[in-house]
Design a protein. Structure first.
Length: 263
């Protein structure tokens, strides 16, 4: 069984400043790490490998700094890792990222499952997973809360999806792209031996030529949308404190509620 997991490097905390109209400037000392949702995706991929055998292949799109999160995947137990990068990839959007990941998945070979985080905490688009499924002709499963059953012979998977009001149980065809929610599992810590082994592994880098990518579909050239502006939320104004005895305050509060048509 071959499982692929897609990971992204993001700032650990929102330590950035907004520079109008649309630039983000990271403050000095900002730390970067694997996207938190992707940590759950990696763990779910590894648990699937533990139960069903096979291999886990980690993929990321980004410059040399992204190698660290791939080493983290290897230290946790991933079988292989590949970094996708080329100068032409700079400035891409989630659709361009999904396109590159789809080419890499095909280059890896036939797969059964691809795991992604529900979304990245920086962009928060939630686009990459479903777009990747569309490009690969795989079944998209978002908000994955639990895998109940994997039937490799019957080429199906039974999962639970987290909805706003409860859980949805469904059976989906393989191959599938699964987008994991927070707390689907408890991500493991890499062992000291795993860290040492990962440190010695040279992570291959796949360029546009290696992937056979159409340069018109990657980077800024392939971006389908562009950020027009970004701004902090408006400052919150102070609330109103009602004065008087309990009866007077109650009457005033009821008048305010009725006046605002909240009830």
């Amino acid at each position: 069984m071959r499982t692929i997991v897609c990971v992204k490097r993001v700032p650990e905390t929102p330590t950035f400043e907004i520079v109008p109209p649309k630039d983000l400037r990271f403050r000095e000392g900002t730390n970067f790490a694997m996207n938190p949702f992707d940590e759950f995706a990696v763990e779910e991929a590894l648990q699937t490998k533990d139960k069903h055998g096979g291999e886990v292949v980690a993929l990321t799109v980004g410059p040399a700094e992204n190698e660290k999160i791939l080493k983290d995947c290897l230290a946790m137990g991933a079988s292989a890792a590949y970094r996708l990068w080329d100068d032409a990839f700079a400035g891409g959007d989630p659709f361009a990222t999904a396109y590159l990941l789809s080419l890499a998945a095909k280059k890896v070979g036939e797969f059964d499952l691809i795991f992604c985080g529900r979304e990245a905490i920086d962009g928060q688009s939630g686009i990459v997973g479903p777009a990747l499924a569309r490009l690969l002709g795989a079944t998209p499963v978002t908000h994955l809360a639990k895998i109940r059953e994997i039937d490799l012979a019957g080429r199906s998977i039974v999962v639970e999806r987290q909805l706003e009001g409860g859980r949805e149980i469904l059976r989906a065809k393989l191959p599938a792209v699964l987008c994991c929610i927070k707390d689907i599992n408890h991500p493991r810590y890499p062992s000291l031996l795993g860290i040492r082994k990962a440190a010695k592994i040279e992570v291959p880098v796949w360029s546009a030529a290696d992937l056979g990518a159409d340069v018109a579909r990657v980077g800024a050239a392939g971006a389908r949308f562009a950020l027009e502006s970004i701004a902090p939320p408006p400052a919150r104004t102070g609330g109103e404190i009602l004065q008087g005895d309990a009866e007077a305050v109650t009457d005033a509060l009821v008048d305010r509620i009725l006046g605002l048509k909240i009830l």
